[in-house]
Design a protein around this ligand. Structure first.
Ligand SMILES: Nc1ncnc2c1ncn2[C@@H]1O[C@H](COP(=O)(O)OP(=O)(O)OP(=O)(O)O)[C@@H](O)[C@H]1O
Ligand SMILES: [Mg+2]
Length: 444
């Protein structure tokens, strides 16, 4: 069990509730993560709080308001305690029948309140109904990783925007993990004030389960949960592959969608994430160096026996007039491109405000394109491939060797001004064979 405070959410209203709320909120073992006096409004708030125990107060304790409870249940399977000022045997029977955890009479001593919350939480944890939201098998969670061996192509813009879209508009329990462990800036782009980072989580004592995870994520106003990168670049090595694997399996129990933003390098951290990824988005821009990186990346993944059906090239700033067209890029990469994201001034403006563009400009073309991307990859959409992604067929050493080799080739290629002149002898320098068309577009 975690040593973090238990996150509670209080809904409804009744006499004595304000005193109970203040007493609980002031207790060191409890964290009050939200309140909603109108039960109909509790749902949308609940979705983003990761509450572990719900206290629902009844104005009229004659019977259990089944509709109100059903509304809460739509958003969480956390234990529910009813708070009432008087109780009847009918009420108790109904509460048992509905699977509620307890009925408490107010007023109560603070210790009694805390004890009941702890008891509900413990039983909830044992039966799998507590946690950051609905606890689940992990099978229906989708892990989407955004990667590109080239920096500055829009991985973080897309990761943060997609996460906000999934959480706010598509109502998915969404976790964004910033695996750009040295220079991650997802928190800045979201204007978030992190309560902890992934480093704090992996360095914490004890089992790394979904309860513990819930105590370390930062809640964003869109409803997404964020696990930010460490604050200091030199701490990246402390996030070991084994601990990261535990973070991911714990997260799969609590979320519908996990988005992983990455650094522009083929590190073992990235490989660990790839092994647990359902859909890999290779973010590219319409520049020869970026396309070359994507091609190198696809070749490397092939060497790692990674199922290429899971790899999707997402062309960011796809409408930029730079003499290259999508079909030329498809031919050069040998891969079709289903998703293009337009360039829009709203993106850097949103970054400067610390708000994802999908929230600042809900009607912009870039927001529409991001929404389409999210819908296509949402957990209920039929997967592009059901095959399990795994680079595990290769030994750890081989994986590292291939990744290092690729990175070296990548560095050699990084300074190339044009794709038509690959570095001689570069192990994975692909022949892009691009034809540029600077006709009318360049002037536009
Ligand atoms: N669709 C877009 N329209 C306009 N500008 C964009 C768009 N996507 C990204 N940008 C701009 O590109 C810059 C780089 O984006 P971002 O930080 O997401 O790249 P990155 O791939 O995460 O980079 P790094 O590898 O360094 O982490 C952003 O600051 C933003 O201004
Ligand atoms: Mg980035």
């Amino acid at each position: 069990m975690s040593d973090q405070p238990i996150r509670i959410f209080i809904s409804g209203a009744c006499a004595g509730l304000a005193e109970a709320r203040d007493a609980l909120a002031g207790h060191r073992d409890i964290e009050l993560v939200g309140t909603a006096s109108e039960p109909s409004k509790a749902g949308s708030k609940l979705a983003s709080t990761g509450a572990q125990v719900i206290l629902h107060a009844l104005q009229r304790p004659d019977s259990v308001p089944t509709e109100e409870i059903a509304k809460i249940r739509e958003h969480t399977s956390a234990p529910i305690i009813l708070l009432v000022t008087r109780s009847t045997s009918t009420l108790l029977d109904e509460a048992v029948e509905l699977g509620l955890n307890d009925v408490m009479l107010l007023p109560q001593l603070t210790d009694n309140l805390v004890f009941t919350v702890k008891k509900a939480h413990t039983i909830g944890s044992m039966t799998g109904s507590g946690g950051a939201g609905q606890r689940r098998s992990g099978d229906s969670c989708k892990v989407i990783t955004l990667f590109s061996p080239k920096g500055g192509v829009g991985k973080t813009v897309l990761a943060t925007s997609m996460a906000a879209m999934y959480a706010k508009k598509l109502k998915k329990r969404t976790l964004l993990i910033d695996l750009d462990l040295q220079f991650g800036d997802a928190a800045i782009m979201l204007g978030a004030d992190p309560r902890a980072t992934i480093l704090d989580l992996v360095m914490s004592h004890g089992d790394l389960d979904s309860d513990k995870l819930a105590g370390f994520v930062t809640h964003h106003e869109s409803g997404l949960h964020l696990l930010p990168a460490p604050l200091r670049p030199e701490d990246d090595a402390l996030v070991t592959d084994d601990r990261l694997a535990s973070v991911l399996s714990a997260a799969k129990q609590s979320y519908d969608i996990i988005l992983i933003d990455t650094a522009p390098n083929f590190t073992s951290t990235v490989l660990t994430a790839l092994d647990r990824t359902d859909e890999l988005m290779l973010v590219a821009s319409l520049e020869a160096t970026s396309l070359k990186s994507v091609k190198v990346c696809l070749q490397t993944l092939e060497m790692l026996h990674y199922p290429l059906e899971k790899c999707h090239v997402v062309l960011n700033r796809a409408d930029t007039k730079v003499g290259l067209k999508k079909d030329q890029v498809e031919t050069a990469l040998g891969k079709s491109i289903r998703f293009g994201i337009p360039s829009n001034r709203a993106v850097p403006m949103a970054i400067n405000r610390g708000v994802p563009v999908v929230m600042t400009d809900p009607k912009a073309d870039v927001t529409r394109a991001i929404r389409e991307l999210c819908v296509a990859f949402s957990p209920e959409a039929s997967s592009v491939t059901e095959q399990a992604a795994s680079t595990a067929k290769l030994s750890r050493r081989d994986r590292k060797r291939i990744a290092d080799e690729t990175q070296r080739a990548q560095l050699r290629d990084a300074d190339l001004a044009g794709a038509s002149a690959p570095a001689p002898g570069a192990a994975h320098s692909p022949d892009l064979d691009l034809e540029f068309d600077f006709g009318d577009e360049a002037a536009a």
